[in-house]
Ligand binder design. Sequence first.
Ligand SMILES: C[S@@+](CC[C@H](N)C(=O)[O-])C[C@H]1O[C@@H](n2cnc3c(N)ncnc32)[C@H](O)[C@@H]1O
Length: 184
Amino acid sequence: MSEIISVSGGPTKPEIIAVSLSKLGLRDGDRFADVGCGTGSISIEATKLARNLTIYAIDARKEALRATEMNFKNFNIKNARILAGEASDLLSSESFTDTIDCAFVGGTKNIGSVLETLVKKKARSIVVNAVRIETVVRTIEAMKKLGIFDEVVHISVSRSAPIAGETMFKPENPVYIIVGKKQN
Ligand SMILES: C[S@@+](CC[C@H](N)C(=O)[O-])C[C@H]1O[C@@H](n2cnc3c(N)ncnc32)[C@H](O)[C@@H]1O
């Protein structure tokens, strides 16, 4: 199995991906937006949970897009469009006519506009990762305004590390997982 090519900010840690994707509830055939795709690791893991996804991997950084492109090639990811630019502009542009079923938002610049656009695109489930408390508050407020706020989960992972032939635990930065669901 290939090693994922990394860029600053990614890949997201596997435990955070696991919880985030379990909250997202992907279904076979979904159109999935990976907003702020970084390395593309979230999309790669998403393809293991649902069949025939159409992936829109979006990032504003050239190095992230290059890493995503190489990772998708190495992990044989099909049905993916890699889109360069600001997510809210891209998704709301006239040329982007598709709807979105589920979105993972790992890049939170302009989070209010990104969420608004995803709701207009009919997303039934949106999961945001945030590390800054101000982003958490902005995301919750934006989701409440849009009537989609569901819950926030705070995850702290400590990973085993060797010490003098024995094992200790090193804490990793905590991550907030903010979940939005379309209300029926
Ligand atoms: C923390 S990294 C994402 C890591 C990614 N989940 C992974 O596993 O590699 C955040 C990324 O989001 C991008 N980003 C942030 N806000 C964005 C936006 N509004 N539109 C497009 N890209 C955005 C940044 O350029 C950065 O590459």
